[in-house]
Design a protein around this ligand. Structure first.
Ligand code: GDP
Ligand code: MN
Length: 376
């Protein structure tokens, strides 16, 4: 789950990272009110969950208070990478001396978090990472020992930070590491962390990505989800505890278990078909959950056929069959369905379905071939 810049920075501030004074606004009038509370000039920034806002014109420095309103109006009418801008952040404008990149993420190969810093921070960091990776310095963080002062000092030296800022830099790195671990984040990034003309460090931009699987224990952070930006189907799938990813094909898939769902997609591809989605109904799915899954798949107008592949273990085949029959009655399924059921209560499941006149398949290969033929 991605957080907006303003949400990330507010969270950073709670952990002691210095951020500019500011607030969000949804209208030009609100932007003027926020700007009036700030001394000096303000910067108006689009709050959308993609990077590169600066380059897209979504970050503007307002010459005076009235200009804050016109800047906000312009930015609120924009779309950045296809996402509409619904909110802007009005921040105290900062006189920037230099821009540093600072970020923490998981290094899956090293099996621990890694902190990265670069003196070439700002809007071109992606190019730096590709063209001059040596300009980004890294320190791996031991999961038990944490981030050590000598490590942040190594980075400070490498990015040629003036010595008087080493202590501040260490404090910010430690805070960033704290917010990263306690929020179950997979990314915590400040780009740019600026050295102001006054000579202090300040987090001008902020980005956080939280681990979806840990949100259950992050109660107050879950509230920050911007469900505007999820598709209706993704939103509904999450409410029912289903894992759903829409794809481009025309064969709707309902499967129990992520591995089996991947296998089902592979076999569809193998026989020349295209799956319309990945959907894992999980273990022990009830009839209602199955019905919800069917509703989500069928909302996608491109779906020409439905392939249901269930391996009955904890999930009982007859429960799934009940859900399918229930959904056919309730939702009115108007595409052909191919069902493959094996395992616990398979016979009962088949009986329920045969009375509902669905085509059942004997093997996964058979099911995939039938579905592809029906979609053609
Ligand atoms: P991003 O393009 O989405 O990463 O948005 P940022 O928040 O990083 O802003 C892009 C760039 O705008 C920064 O790298 C800065 O150069 C500039 N910028 C942002 N805020 C200020 C500010 O308060 N003062 C000045 N002078 N420049 C700013
Ligand atoms: Mn940035």
């Amino acid at each position: 789950m991605k957080l907006h810049e303003y949400q990330s920075k507010r969270l950073f501030a709670k952990y002691g990272i210095p951020i500019p004074k500011g607030d969000v606004a949804s209208t030009a009038a609100e932007a003027v009110t926020v700007a009036a509370k700030i001394d000096g000039n303000v910067v108006v920034k689009a709050q959308v969950l993609v990077g590169g806002r600066g380059k897209a014109g979504g970050v503007k420095i307002a010459e005076d208070k009235a200009a804050a309103g016109t800047c906000a109006e312009k930015i609120l009418g924009m779309e950045i990478s296809g996402l509409p801008v619904r909110k802007v952040l009005i921040d105290e404008a900062v006189d920037i001396d230099t821009e540093i990149y600072l970020g923490i993420t998981n290094d899956r190969i090293a099996k621990c978090p890694v902190i990265m810093a670069s003196a070439a921070g700002g809007i071109d960091i992606e190019e730096v990472a590709v063209d001059a990776p040596e300009k980004i310095v890294k320190e791996h963080i031991h999961p038990f020992l944490g981030l050590k002062n000598y490590q942040t000092r190594n980075m400070a030296v490498a990015i040629k930070l003036p010595e008087r800022l080493w202590k501040q830099f260490d404090d910010i790195c430690q805070s960033l590491h704290n917010v990263y671990t306690t929020s179950d984040a997979t990314l915590a990034e400040i780009n740019p962390l600026v050295v102001t003309k006054v000579g202090d460090l300040l987090a001008v931009d902020g980005k956080m990505v939280l681990d979806e699987n840990a949100l259950d224990r992050q109660g107050d952070l879950e509230q920050l989800r911007d469900s505007d930006l999820e598709t209706v189907e993704e939103n509904e799938a999450r409410r029912h505890g289903l894992s759903y990813v829409a794809l481009d094909g025309d064969i709707g898939c309902m499967v129990n278990g992520a591995g089996l769902a991947m296998g089902t997609m592979d076999i569809i591809k193998h026989f020349g078909g295209e799956p319309a989605n990945f959907l894992d109904i999980g273990g022990g799915a009830s009839a209602e959950k199955v019905a919800a899954a069917l509703r989500i798949i069928l909302k996608d107008g491109r779906v020409k056929v439905l392939l249901i592949n269930i391996f009955g273990g904890i999930t009982r085949c007859d429960e799934v069959a009940k859900g399918v029959v229930y959904a056919i009655d309730e939702v009115g399924v108007d595409v052909p369905m191919v069902v493959r059921l094996v395992g616990t209560n398979e016979k009962e499941g088949r009986e329920l379905l045969s009375s509902a006149k669905l085509s059942t398949a004997s093997s996964l290969a058979d099911a995939a071939k039938k579905a592809i033929a029906l979609a053609a």
